[in-house]
Design a protein around this ligand. Structure first.
Ligand code: CS2
Ligand code: MG
Length: 408
């Protein structure tokens, strides 16, 4: 069996999805996602210029060997652009493998460990009342877990995950489009003073069963994060995400020494070598890698297995930048993983998105049910993608009140 061609497409409704389609001499094709948020043209170019020409003629069933060929062949190790490009190829090859077997992908991992995998939605509010409304809306739809981000009184600008305008805030999704990064100002003291009270009020309002998550988005210093984690321990969060930037792993140890709040880290990681120490030394509770950013199914499954040995559960990244293809790859891993924790899931199912990526996966009562179609269970409409053009976008940049550059 041989790969005969591979095409890269860039475009989608409000997102520059980078979609890879690998064709074979047996008529079966596979789909992969290489959407590296706000750097999409780079993964597309990496695939087109360096990887696709080598793929032609290879045996698509040899996904492990192909992964090693590209990873080792790059010489320069890791990095988000390369790993996302390898990830797209890998996801597409697993799609082909499962279609060849005539089985849904999860069967190749060892079958289902659960029928529905718990997801969390993003509840946001310009202020607390607004946030409560947003949470109520998800609870009414059957969600069992929500991530909550709340506007902070007196915060000098919009900050991560929250709209300052009440009317936008309920289904707020960051708009990255524009020809320069937007600038945000962050005030740590105001945040640390206000947020614990938010958790307290939400616990009282929603009771003990609703799972509450919160993303600090890399904003705190280790000592601040430790103090914050200690203070909010009593509100029993499901997780506290990215309290400090993940590259300083000693900072996580420091937080750990002061609090038992569950810590979730890893959306910016692209390799097992970014998180093996965090996992092996039990410094985190949830690993947040994504199939696209961390080298595809072959590599992420290795991370999941390592995590399982150390009681670290999965909580794959699922921001809207991931196309339904990588979300499907993660859904199959979620159906199987013995150490599954939760999946971030922001409703991608607009009519435009469904037209571009038809699938039978479904979300029922806050649980994701993976489809039983052979392969990933997602298709891609090449005619539909012609409607979309690439638009430039950037992550915002953040400064402290005195102007110092900080972490978005
Ligand atoms: C976030 C992301 O979903 C999350 O947890 O941290 O929305 C993140 O800001 C974006 O993926 C950045 O590309
Ligand atoms: Mg996050």
């Amino acid at each position: 069996m041989k790969i005969t061609d591979a095409k890269v497409f860039v475009g989608g409704p409000k997102k520059n999805y980078v979609t890879l389609k690998i064709m074979t001499d047996q008529g079966i094709y596979g789909l992969g996602d290489a959407t590296l948020n706000n750097r999409e043209t780079l993964t597309a170019k990496y695939l087109q210029d360096y990887l696709v020409p080598c793929l032609i003629g290879m045996d698509p069933r040899r996904s492990e060997d192909i992964w090693q060929y590209f990873y080792r062949g790059a010489y320069f190790r890791r990095g988000p652009i390369a790993m996302a490009a390898f990830g797209a190829i890998d996801i597409a090859l697993w799609d082909i493998k499962a279609k060849l077997a005539g089985l849904p992908l999860y069967e190749l991992f060892g079958g289902k460990s659960r029928e529905g995998a718990m997801v969390y939605a993003h509840a946001t509010g310009a202020d607390l009342d607004d946030l409560i409304e947003s949470i109520e809306n998800y609870v009414a739809q059957g969600y069992k877990a929500v991530r909550l981000q709340c506007g902070i009184p007196g915060m000098p600008s919009e900050s991560y995950g929250v709209s300052s305008k009440k009317e936008n805030s309920k289904h707020f999704i960051t708009n990255f489009l524009g020809d320069k990064p937007k600038e945000e100002i962050w005030d740590t003291e105001k945040y640390l003073r206000y947020m614990p009270g938010v958790f307290e009020k939400l616990r009282v309002k929603f009771g003990p069963d609703l799972k509450l998550l919160h993303d600090v988005h890399h904003r705190l210093l280790p000592r601040e994060a430790a103090e914050f984690a200690k203070e909010i321990e009593q509100y029993k969060l499901f997780w506290l995400e990215d309290p400090t930037p993940a590259e300083d792993q000693e900072a996580i140890r420091y937080i750990r020494q002061h609090s038992t709040v569950p810590i979730a880290i890893g959306e910016v990681f692209n390799s097992i070598y970014d998180c093996n120490k965090l996992i092996e030394e039990n410094l985190i509770d949830f690993i947040r890698v994504a199939c696209t950013y961390a080298g595809g199914i072959t590599h992420v499954k290795r991370i999941v297995d390592l995590a399982g040995l150390h009681n670290v559960r999965t909580g794959f990244h699922g921001a809207p930048s991931h196309s339904p293809i990588s979300m499907a790859a993660q859904a199959h891993l979620n159906a199987w993983a013995p150490n599954f924790g939760i999946q971030e899931y922001l409703v991608l199912g607009t009519p435009e998105c469904d037209a571009l990526f038809p699938s039978k996966h479904k979300l029922v009562d806050g649980l994701f049910h993976v489809s039983d179609e052979p392969g990933l269970g997602v298709d891609f409409d090449e005619k539909e993608v012609e409607k979309y053009e690439y638009s430039l976008g950037f992550h915002p940049v953040t400064r402290l009140v005195d102007g110092t550059m900080w972490n978005y």
